[in-house]
Design a protein around this ligand. Structure first.
Ligand code: ADP
Ligand code: ZN
Length: 209
């Protein structure tokens, strides 16, 4: 199954993706995680995108499209994939149509208040990328990942100034994808406000699993 996870920053796409990967047995492809790994490795890609991402802006379409196009040539996506964080603009969606088909687009529906609450408390493992929350889902040992022992930290783009910018960018550039995919009959809306276990149930129901 080839899926796109669409929704504002902090909607819980990455958190559900961890469960969806187990349910569907397909890999998650998170452009944000790929960029963050590149930044950590100080690769040419990482050096190019660091300032853009920290400011809450979007990496340019050309770079992002090339990255995903290349990723989708790898062997592990033969049975499908979950695209988490791509496409984020209409040109990205149009480009995607030239190199892959998509079965369904999961639209994570959540009000801005929910987004601010989640991003404000988000803590991320530097090593495996697992998402924690300072109030709702704390690591059992402070600042240490329960899954891999990595350091749990606050992403630079989760700082308040960048969060406002990301919401603005979402509304202007990404939200138009909702109608784009609805018109193609691919959109499945799920209520992203509850806790992740409940969202996983709606997710399975929406896909008829
Ligand atoms: P979130 O968890 O808030 O949805 P991501 O981890 O998906 O954020 O992405 C973090 C940042 O990486 C984005 O704010 C953006 O700067 C960059 N990025 C990720 N995916 C894309 C994309 N498809 N196009 C452009 N920039 C992207
Ligand atoms: Zn970890």
């Amino acid at each position: 199954m080839k899926l796109i996870f669409l929704g504002p920053p902090g909607a819980g796409k990455g958190t559900l993706a961890v469960k969806a990967v187990e349910i569907l047995n397909v890999p998650q492809i998170s452009t944000g995680s790929i960029f963050r790994s590149a930044i950590a490795a100080q690769s040419p890609l990482g050096l190019k995108v660091k300032a853009i991402i920290d400011a809450g802006k979007l990496v340019d379409d050309e770079t992002t499209i090339e990255l995903v196009k290349e990723r989708l040539t790898q062997d592990d996506v033969k049975n499908g994939f979950i695209l988490d964080g791509f496409p984020r603009t209409i040109p990205q969606a149009q480009a995607l149509e030239t190199f892959s088909t998509i079965d369904k687009v999961i639209n994570f529906d959540i009000p801005d208040s929910g987004v601010l609450e989640r991003l404000g408390g988000r803590r991320v493992c530097r090593m495996c990328g697992f998402n924690f929350h300072a109030i709702f889902n704390k690591p059992s040992k402070e600042d240490v990942c329960d899954h891999c022992g990595g350091e749990v930290y606050i992403r630079d783009d989760d700082k308040p100034e960048a969060v406002q910018k990301r919401l603005e960018v979402y509304r202007e550039q990404t939200a138009p994808l909702i109608d784009f995919y609805r018109e193609k009959g691919l959109l499945l809306d799920i209520d992203a406000s509850p806790m992740v276990d409940e969202i996983a149930v709606s997710f399975k129901k929406a896909l008829g699993l």
